[in-house]
Design a protein around this ligand. Structure first.
Ligand code: BGC
Length: 814
């Protein structure tokens, strides 16, 4: 069936709907779905996060998912083909879970290293982001599942994300922040785009007519659905007129009934509603939910499903970035390790395989490095494991040792319902209160019960959530007050950090009574209503000294020490930015002491985004494993033992110290966050910055060496010849940078224009061809509001990374 016939069927379905039905289709019916409209043969569209797996419609640990490496890892492969295969693997998961729309990929940029969701975005460079993102969307959609490119646009930090206005110059907006969206729309035709929480230069994004209707739909020809980020739609008229199609989540949103009413009283034209409904019906038709239309990609023309575990492992291997490798300590050869390996770090046993927040899925399994090395090493090679430090999260939702239940009361104290709970986390919508309690009748919620400590000492208790609380432990009131949300973030109760409220001495095995009374328990935001707060607890802090001493002793008596250091969910998650880039706990001390005890110390960094590594010059090798997904441990063992080489290159500059970085600010002032650095972020900023990063953008070593032999250019492509000069087969990511021959202070000295991968056996050469898009020679002209080619001489560099430019030639652009 051709496109015109499909559109005709969509029109016909639209024409059969009355105003109420149309308005209802633009509003979530619950957290994840749109309503079915049987009268036109339309089934319910189901959406789910993204981006490392498909969670499904439940937030339920028993509903597990294939868990791929996190987006920074995917970008570190610099391999669009792998990103496409990742997309296919996720599409298979979506089919398995009855999901039609994947809420991914996230293509915001690494503007500041403090960005909390850095791990969930790809890169500081718009071209790398666009190439990986476009391939990912293609992979998902060629299997018949819709992808959602998010968050449009400039949701590059989390602080005050619901209310912040990002003030961005037109050039930076076009050349950096909009660029990935533009290229992905052009190349991969995504079926949805998600509108961000933040405002850009005035209007909040869900109401930003200029960017949504003007740029995205008008200029770029986007024909999919613009869905709000969850709770981002605030105003019926401004959102529909601003180009938003669907408001999520339901059941009460600013669309639905409120939209129908706005049409009836003349505040909104029915045509605006029809335009949005047409987009939703087109989406439904694409994913096969509109009777009478085959899905856009029929089952028989979809690619053969990927083997999920195999893709997860391959991406991980190809994403690991070897930052340095003194005296070729890696790969390890078990044949010459009679003293064995001392494997150190909690994360060697319990790795952090993914970041937190809405990106959370529940992995179907997790392969740790400890398990994988045990399997891979010959019996004769000794392997010891020491945790080294205690990384138990300071304050976490009350769980172990607590017996809790809730009491729901009415205004005058009458008990409406009681229910046991399995943890200190309360999360109900207004229609799912325990015992079917009527939300309007609810006045207070008490979370109460017993806590039996395992250890004697000073225990800390805390709260998460917004509102007035009284917290009493063993008869002592630890807190009686109110917590307001700084940035009016309605999701703070779900994603915010718990706040410590007081300490109390307790004795092991002696139960005490705990009561957390929420006197204003209702969380209301727009039309979303519910109850959400948590009781948090931290056991007495233990000294890490004995753990460190044991790790040092193990390292001293082994041939090699492998230390795995990691961030935690309290560091890399959603809803807050980072405050420091230091590794949590005493991990820096641990590495320093192990390195002093064994010169052959290899550090594996299990983090989704940059961390400071003050010990980096004192250790033999540093390998970044990112958040490596469920198969990460197996991939790490392959790379450490040389079965594979680490294939990753940095998708973002790795700084030495936060204070060195050119752009860090994520905190708005009076609600405004100025992007004053213009087009100078990431390596574009470091080029003109006095400090030097620890490792530049694009950097990464394999296990062989390469020479760059020749570089030839035509007007629209470059040909590079490289030779493998080492003694094992390898893979080189050849990067092409372009910059004006004559320095131009308004532009970076050079920027990424293309890349491609070469593989070659020892001694052999490889020729690769890299297209040079015209856009590489253009700027956004703020006077004419158009892309303008800047004529003149350009230097074209074939490079190993953004600072290691191996060959240069000149190209004249007319
Ligand atoms: C996040 C989105 C996510 C949505 C649904 C929001 O808080 O910003 O990325 O898709 O929640 O979970």
């Amino acid at each position: 069936m051709n496109a015109a016939d499909r559109e005709a069927r969509v029109e016909e379905a639209l024409a059969r709907l009355d105003l109420d039905a149309k308005a209802s289709l633009l509003s979530g019916q619950d957290l994840w779905t749109l309503p079915a409209l049987p009268e036109i043969g339309l089934a319910s569209i189901v959406m789910s996060d993204g981006p490392v797996g498909v969670r499904g419609t439940a937030f339920d640990p028993s509903d597990t998912s294939l868990t791929l490496p996190s987006p920074t890892a995917l970008a570190a492969t610099w391999d669009p083909d792998l990103a496409r295969r990742a997309g296919r693997a996720l599409a298979a998961e979506a089919h398995r879970k009855g999901v039609h729309v994947l809420l991914a990929p996230t293509v915001n940029l690494h503007r500041s290293p403090l960005g909390g969701r850095h791990f969930e975005c790809y890169s500081e460079d718009p071209l790398l982001t666009a190439r990986i993102g476009a391939a990912h969307v293609t992979g998902v959609q060629e299997c018949g599942v819709a992808a959602t490119v998010k968050h449009f646009v400039a949701n590059d930090a989390e602080t005050e994300r619901f209310t912040v206005t990002n003030r961005i110059g037109e050039r930076a907006l076009r050349e950096l922040y909009l660029a990935p969206f533009e290229q992905i729309v052009a190349e991969a035709r995504p079926w949805l785009v998600m509108s961000a929480y933040n405002a850009v230069n005035g209007p909040t994004m869900t109401e930003n007519r200029e960017l949504q209707s003007g740029v995205l739909r008008g200029e770029w020809g986007f024909d999919g659905v613009v869905v709000s980020d969850w709770l981002a739609a605030r105003d019926t008229v401004r959102a529909i007129e601003g180009g938003l199609d669907v408001a999520m989540p339901g059941p009460r949103t600013v669309f639905g009934r409120a939209l129908a009413a706005a049409v009836r009283d003349g505040r909104v034209s029915e045509k605006s509603v029809d335009d949005a409904v047409r987009n939703v019906l087109r989406l439904a038709a694409r994913v096969g939910l509109l009777d009478g239309l085959p899905p856009e990609v029929p089952a028989e023309s979809r690619p053969v499903p990927e083997d999920g575990r195999a893709v997860a492992r391959e991406i991980a291997t190809r994403s690991f970035v070897l930052l340095h490798n003194r005296a070729s300590v890696l790969p390890l050869d078990p044949a010459v390790l009679p003293g064995g390996i001392a494997l150190i770090g909690r994360a060697a046993e319990a790795p952090r395989v993914l970041g937190g927040g809405s990106a959370t899925v529940f992995p179907e399994r997790v392969v740790s490095l400890l398990d994988a090395l045990r399997d891979a090493l010959p019996e004769a090679t000794p392997l010891t494991h020491e945790p080294g430090t205690d990384l138990t999260e300071a304050l976490a939702v009350a769980g172990e040792g607590f017996d809790l239940w809730t009491v729901l009361r009415a205004e005058r104290g009458a008990v409406l319902a009681q229910q046991e709970v399995t943890s200190g986390r309360i999360r109900w919508t207004d229609s799912s209160l325990p015992g079917g309690v009527d939300y309007d009748a609810l006045a207070t919620v008490e979370l109460t019960g017993r806590f039996t400590p395992r250890e004697s000492g000073s225990h800390t208790f805390g709260t998460r959530g917004v509102g007035a609380f009284t917290l009493t432990v063993d008869g002592h009131v630890l807190f009686d007050g109110e917590h307001r949300s700084a940035g009016a973030d309605p999701l703070e109760a779900l994603t915010g950090r718990p706040i410590p409220r007081g300490d109390i001495e307790l004795r092991a095995g002696e139960p005490v009574e705990v009561v957390l009374l929420a006197t204003t328990p209702k969380m209301e935001y727009g039309d979303l209503r519910g109850v959400s707060f948590a009781l948090a607890h931290a056991a007495p802090a233990r000294s890490d000294d004995p753990l460190i001493d044991r790790a040092v002793a193990a390292a001293a008596s082994a041939d090699v020490a492998v230390v795995v250091v990691a961030t935690t969910e309290a560091v890399e998650s959603e809803g807050f930015d980072r405050e420091t880039l230091r590794l949590p706990g005493r991990q820096d001390d641990l590495v320093a002491r192990v390195a002093a005890a064994n010169p052959r110390t290899v550090v594996v960094v299990n983090a989704g985004s940059p961390v400071e590594m003050p010990w980096r010059d004192d250790v033999a090798a540093v390998l970044l494993s990112w958040f490596p997904g469920q198969e990460g441990g197996a991939a790490l063992a392959d790379v450490l033992l040389g079965l594979d080489e680490p294939g990753g290159r940095l998708p973002t500059t790795w700084l030495a110290r936060l204070t060195d970085a050119p752009v860090t600010r994520v905190t708005p002032e009076d609600g405004v966050l100025p992007y004053d650095e213009g087009v100078f972020i990431g390596y574009r900023a470091w080029q003109r910055h006095p400090a030097v990063p620890a490792y530049p953008f694009g950097h990464g070593l394999g296990y062989t060496t390469w020479t760059y032999e020749t570089l030839e250019t035509t007007a629209d492509s470059a040909r590079v010849r490289v030779r493998n000069t080492g003694d094992r087969p390898g893979r080189e990511t050849v990067q092409l940078y372009v910059g004006p021959a004559e320095a131009d202070p308004s532009r970076p000295t050079h920027w990424l224009a293309g890349f491609a991968t070469a593989t070659a056996a020892p001694g052999e050469m490889a020729d690769i061809e890299v297209p040079l898009p015209l856009r590489a020679f253009q700027i956004w002209d703020e006077e004419t509001s158009t892309w303008t080619t800047v004529p003149g001489d350009y230097r074209i560099h074939a490079a190993h990374d953004a600072t290691d430019l191996r060959l240069t030639t000149t190209l004249t652009i007319p």
